[in-house]
Write a protein that binds this ligand. Structure first.
Ligand code: TYD
Ligand code: MG
Length: 452
């Protein structure tokens, strides 16, 4: 029976039965395209005839963890979960121009210098251009094989002959298979190409890194279309106008998700930032109302960030709520709690909230720092510059303790902070010398710090 055509959203990969102007799943406009049905091949063979199922205890890897290769770029190795796992497939997504090619060229050179056989295949630039970039980055002497190719069949043949330990494909949207009847970058091509490469990685023990551009327009498939096929999904993020770049693991079969690596884009490529807290706080001005320092945890590492708030009378009927680097729903919740539980209204006031340095904070533990920044801005009272805050706010206005309190306090102390405001019943052992204020609820914070 012939399969009916299906429709796929190029932004989020959701399947739809019919075409629509707007994807119900991600809300994107004009992102849905028709996908040619895959032809059914001749009957498959069962696992029993091709080989046999293996008992888990028989696998050699039951004793040894999968071997990992470290690049020596610590920020990258940590995000990967301790290094590159053989035969794994990794997706590196990000906006065009954010620095993916730069990062991967530097990473490939580092792996190559550690003795790994590496192949960097660019579908976007000619080999000479990649070499020029490598020269500019001071990597011209690294033993990396370069290729400029978009025909996946040729690439797979090369990989099979060369058998490198690592192959970088930059980018997956430029690759095409002659068996798929649509243009490079279409959902079908991107899916089929990624599938071929991932299957090859598993069969031949080659680690592959796929680069994927996050796309805004409809006809080009975005990296989310292949997220489910790979072992590890990393996103390279950064705010326009900021030098900082954050490599964030959103899925990792071989390590912790939520881990981040921090880089700075310089004239000579990406430099690792080993102490991000110091960097994110370095832009802090003199103590001003509306600024609160949040002691957060990103993956396994404590990271301090500055939360900035501005509250001003609104000329509009519906006041503005502008948020950068935080969840806007979270801001609404905190504003509602401040109003309902502490009697502090924000009606008629524009609220702007921002995480300094282009960082994104996803932890609920940031609630208290956000509330403090908002209160500080509204009451025009500066928070002591040597104080960090953290804690989750519940709808009742109570403060809930959060994980890794000791690590947060230790990092704060290391950076010269001497006071911390946090939820009551937190485990604060090991923070001697730090003045710790434990607060049961938000109303207590308002009373103690802002006298309102
Ligand atoms: P690139 O790695 O080409 O981005 P992507 O592959 O994600 O599209 O990076 C392009 C940007 O990086 C470009 O705006 C210039 C900047 N850049 C530097 O600032 N310094 C450098 O050494 C390099 C190589 C790039
Ligand atoms: Mg690129």
């Amino acid at each position: 029976m012939a399969k009916s055509p299906s429709f796929t959203c190029t932004a989020c990969g959701a399947s739809h039965r019919k075409w629509a102007g707007r994807c119900e799943s991600c809300g994107g406009w004009n992102t849905i395209v028709e996908e040619a049905p895959l032809s059914a091949g001749p009957g498959g063979r069962s696992l029993a005839t091709r080989g046999k199922a293996i008992a888990l205890t028989d696998l050699a890897s039951a004793e040894a963890p999968p071997p990992r290769a470290a690049s020596g770029m610590e920020e990258l190795d940590r995000v990967l979960g301790g290094g590159l796992v053989a035969a794994s497939a990794i997706l590196v997504g990000g906006d065009p121009g954010i620095g993916k090619s730069t990062l991967l060229l530097q990473a490939t050179a580092s792996f190559a210098r550690k003795g790994l056989k590496c192949l960097y295949i660019s579908g976007e630039e000619a080999s000479a251009q990649v070499r020029m970039r490598a020269q500019r980055l001071g990597l011209a002497d690294a033993p990396v094989a370069l290729g400029a190719e978009t025909n996946l069949r040729d690439i797979l043949t090369t990989l099979d002959a060369e058998r490198p330990a690592l192959a970088v494909i930059d980018s997956i949207q430029t690759m095409w298979l002659d068996t798929v009847d649509s243009a490079p970058g279409s959902v079908s091509q991107v899916r089929a190409a990624a599938h071929e490469l991932v299957t090859f990685a598993k069969r031949r023990g080659v680690a592959v890194i796929l680069v994927g551009h996050v796309t805004k327009e409809g006809q080009i498939a975005g990296p989310r279309v292949v997220e489910h096929m790979v072992d590890t999904v990393l996103y390279f993020e950064g705010e326009r106008g900021h030098q900082f770049r954050i490599l964030r693991a959103v899925k990792n079969r071989f390590g912790a998700a939520d881990e981040i690596g921090v880089f700075e884009m310089t004239g000579a490529g990406l430099a690792e930032v080993t102490n991000p807290s110091a960097l994110f706080l370095s832009e802090r001005d003199a103590p001003a109302p509306g600024s609160a320092v949040f002691a957060g945890i990103e993956g396994t590492r404590p990271v301090l960030t500055e939360i900035q708030a501005l509250v001003a009378p609104s000329p509009l009927g519906t006041p503005r709520r502008t948020v950068v680097g935080l969840d806007s729903g979270r801001l609404s919740t905190i504003l509602a709690v401040l109003e309902a539980r502490c009697g502090i209204p924000f009606a008629g006031l524009d609220v702007f909230l921002n995480v300094a340095g282009g960082m994104r904070v996803n932890e609920p533990a940031a609630d208290l720092a956000v509330a403090a920044a908002l209160l500080s801005a509204r009451e025009d009272v500066a928070i002591p510059p040597d104080m960090v805050l953290f804690g989750e706010i519940s709808l009742s206005g109570a403060l809930r303790p959060v994980g890794q309190t000791e690590n947060r306090l230790k990092e704060a102390q290391k950076l010269g902070f001497t006071q911390a405001t946090l939820p009551a019943r937190s485990r604060t052992g090991g923070a001697e010398g730090m003045q710790v204020r434990e607060m049961a609820d938000l109303a207590a914070v308002v009373g103690e710090m802002f006298g309102a």
